[in-house]
Design a protein. Structure first.
Length: 114
């Protein structure tokens, strides 16, 4: 019985919140976040009720991320910008700092021609 009551209270609370202006002032930011998540927030002030809802329907927080252009592929990507060479030099410097000089590539054994 308690579980049903708790679920009903949670559902009703998540659909709309009715607060006085004093409670609204105390919890301004949390109530605004609830409104942005899609919960209707009703504020009562001098006998009048005001409804706070977002202008647009709520979306996920990931939808608000703007992509950052790090590599310009219109100019050829990493190959023609010099960034690849710079990154390679930085990797080699890190390798030499941590492990000493990079080993030379092993020479291939000469094949015996028949």
């Amino acid at each position: 019985m308690y579980a049903a009551y708790a679920f009903l209270c949670t559902v009703c609370y998540s659909l709309s919140v009715d607060v006085s202006i004093t409670q609204f002032r105390r919890n301004l930011f949390s109530l605004m976040n609830q409104a942005l998540e899609g919960t209707e927030v009703w504020v009562t002030h001098k006998g009048s009720r005001l409804r706070i809802v977002p202008e647009k329907p709520p979306g996920s927080r990931l939808n608000r991320i703007t992509p950052m252009e790090v590599v310009n592929y219109a100019q050829g990507g990493l190959e023609h910008t010099g960034l690849l060479e710079e990154m390679t030099r930085a990797w080699e410097a890190d390798w030499e700092r941590d492990f000493g000089p990079a080993p030379e590539p092993a020479s291939r054994p000469k094949s015996i021609e028949s």
